[in-house]
Design a protein around this ligand. Structure first.
Ligand SMILES: *Cc1c(COP(=O)(O)O)cnc(C)c1O
Length: 240
């Protein structure tokens, strides 16, 4: 076997155990929150894992793949093709890379500045097809986190929602790096509240809430997540 095939086999074995476990966690959390089964989409985060992980994920029937670096997204889209899955760009994107990103990703999760949003909108207009995005909101108050901040977020996102060429599917946040469930719940609830308020003011803000990772997916689902971004629980620890 080639080394790529060996890697695929390893990842396939791992997913054989991890994927049912993650799907169970999601299903139980949906049920606990009295939400319909299947209301939360699983985005499998393959970042920093080799092609073998992507191949195993596709073989396992995963339909949504997440990457956080453009070079890596580009390499994987080139290897597997744009149509094998929905490709999610979940990492920070520099506004000068807007064009490259819009050409590769089906959904861009972390639109965190006005400049990036406006560039993506212009590209969407030029190509005659909206660029689909989630606006990242900083709900933790940590200065190290990117995203639109609290009150200002509301007005700015409402303005951006009116841009031609941009389709705002919803909002995204990164929880603070803590284990305290109270702190995590409050960050996710904060995003849900901003989202609800935006949607009462604009029908152009879509229904998605991208929140929840390996360590906090159950809390995120309880607070209304519609998309969890899961890497470690599916593919194991990353080397970088
Ligand atoms: C890496 C990453 C994830 C996945 O994190 P895990 O803890 O491995 O599940 C989710 N979202 C973003 C934005 C990431 O960069």
């Amino acid at each position: 076997m080639t080394s790529d095939a060996i890697l695929t086999t390893g990842y396939a074995q791992r997913l054989g155990e991890s994927l049912p476990r993650v799907r169970d966690l999601i299903a139980s959390a949906e049920e606990a929150a009295s939400r319909p089964a299947g209301s939360v989409r699983l985005v499998a985060v393959t970042k920093s894992h080799p092609f073998g992980a992507v191949r195993a994920a596709l073989d396992a029937g995963l339909t949504d793949l997440g990457e956080n670096r453009l070079e890596e997204l580009e390499a994987k889209v080139a290897e597997f093709g744009p149509d094998v899955a929905r490709w999610h760009m979940i990492g920070h994107v520099q506004s000068r890379k807007a064009g490259q990103c819009a050409g590769l990703a089906d959904v861009i999760h972390a639109v965190d500045t006005t400049k990036l949003a406006e560039r993506l909108a212009r590209l969407g207009e030029e190509r005659g097809r909206d660029v689909r995005v989630l606006m990242q909101v900083n709900t933790s108050g940590e200065a190290s986190k990117s995203g639109f901040d609290g009150e200002a977020a509301r007005e700015e996102i409402l303005r951006l929602a009116d841009l031609e060429g941009l389709q705002i599917d919803g909002l995204m946040t990164m929880a603070p790096f803590v284990d305290d469930p109270v702190v995590l719940s409050s960050a996710f609830a904060g995003l849900r509240e901003i989202h609800a308020s935006l949607r009462t003011h604009s029908h152009r803000v879509g229904p998605e809430l991208s929140m929840g990772m390996t360590n906090d997916l159950e809390i995120a689902i309880r607070e209304g997540s519609t998309m969890v971004r899961i890497g470690t629980a599916l593919f194991g620890a990353r080397s970088r």
